[in-house]
Design a protein around this ligand. Structure first.
Ligand code: NAD
Length: 362
């Protein structure tokens, strides 16, 4: 296979950065250009592990800037876009949907327009074949809506029923990607993944929020009754799934990626509390490093749990049926929840300088 040049949008975000680390480690001859606007969720420090790699380049810019995207596609000879850039936090989409419409819908449209122009129209104008290319769009299981406790998990055939401004904006972008394939022949694939967890996760999201609040002796806020169910996947397993879709997936298809690992939010919090208590019991150096951790709760982090008013329109349950991806692409997650959550907690305990800068008052 010839070497690829990937344009990774949103590569300074949680999954994008993990994907870039993964890709350069497993495909060392490929080139990766990250395009990221560095919003509050973007963090250049998340790309420190690849900063000195000669196959890596960072470009600070907005996916809505179509001219910039066109220039990058041409000048860097990009043949593959992996599109992560998005506004991704449901709570923020409820209080301020504008940015979600702008980045998730208009931004995706901008990338599609630029791809069509540079990869298909320009060569055609010169009497040539289109540039061999791939546009991979990263989406979420949230576009499928919510499930009752006994309903079957989402398949790729499940009708879209997004319930939040976030999921609605992602659904709109999914439809645009599909349309660019059917109407213009753009060579696309899409993947819809469940909740990710792992290193470099912004501390407003559930798992890093719980870990960092325990370390700062702050309440652990639980929405409603805490019985909302999500499927959880270790972030590197998401990166592996995308790699398989890029290498073996069929054009125009979308693939569900999941961990077959459903948990109620409150149970996730209990597991994290238990592992954090154990870490402090077995490693006395942690008490010196984090003198405020569980101070008021005397080493019992679960006492910090505080139930708060539920999120408006909160989806009750998401569950992913990834049979198509498992069968067609031989995809199996490598990390169990037990190993993945242990690695994640360890990472946060050892990388305070990364997350403390993102939290007020820590
Ligand atoms: P994130 O919020 O951590 O990162 C988003 C990144 O995109 C940031 O680096 C940000 O600076 C950048 N960005 C935002 N707007 C931009 C713009 N206009 N131009 C260029 N860059 C911009 O998000 P994440 O959790 O890493 O999610 C990445 C993708 O994966 C998203 O598309 C999301 O919908 C999808 N997804 C996330 C999850 C999850 O559990 N986090 C699950 C399934 C799918």
């Amino acid at each position: 296979m010839t070497n690829k040049t990937l344009l990774v949008t949103g590569g300074a975000g949680f999954i994008g950065a993990n994907f870039v680390h993964y890709w350069l480690k497993n495909n060392p001859d490929d080139n990766v250009v990250v395009l990221d606007a560095l919003t509050y969720a973007g963090n250049k420090a998340s790309l420190d592990p690849v900063q000195d790699n000669s196959h890596f380049e960072f470009v600070h810019g907005n996916i809505c800037d179509t001219a910039l995207v066109e220039t990058l596609l041409r000048d860097k000879s990009v043949d593959t876009i992996v599109h992560f850039a998005a506004e991704s936090h449901v709570d923020r989409s409820i209080t301020g949907p504008d940015a979600f419409i702008e980045t998730n819908i208009i931004g995706t449209y901008s990338l599609l327009k630029a791809s069509k122009k540079v990869w298909i129209e320009e060569p055609k104008g010169q009497g040539k074949d289109p540039v061999p290319h791939r546009f991979h769009h990263v989406s979420t299981d949230e576009v499928y809506g919510t499930l009752g406790p006994d309903e079957a998990a989402f398949t790729e055939e499940t009708a879209y029923a997004p319930n939040s401004p976030y999921s609605a904006s992602k659904a709109a972008s999914d439809h645009l990607v599909r349309a660019y394939h059917h109407t213009y022949g753009l060579e696309v694939t899409s993947s819809n993944c469940s909740n990710n967890y792992g290193p470099y996760h912004f501390p407003e999201k559930l798992i890093p929020l719980i870990i960092t609040n325990i370390l700062n002796d702050k309440p652990l806020p639980i929405y409603g009754d805490g019985q909302q169910i999500r499927d959880w996947l270790y972030v590197e397993d998401h990166a592996r799934g995308i790699e398989l879709v890029l290498k073996k997936g069929r054009l125009g298809e979308n693939y569900n990626i999941g961990g077959n690992n459903e948990w109620a939010n409150i149970d996730i919090v209990k597991v994290v509390c238990k592992l954090m208590n154990e870490a402090f019991e077995t490693d006395s150096a942690l008490i010196q490093k984090y003198p405020n951790a569980m101070k008021a709760s005397c080493g019992k982090s679960e006492d910090l749990v505080t139930y708060v008013t539920d999120r408006a329109g909160h989806d009750r349950r998401y569950a992913i049926n990834a049979t198509k991806t498992n069968n067609e692409l031989s995809y199996v997650p490598t990390e169990s929840f037990e190993t993945g959550i242990a690695v994640t907690i360890d990472w946060y305990l050892n990388n305070q300088q990364w997350w403390a800068a993102l939290i007020d008052g820590s």
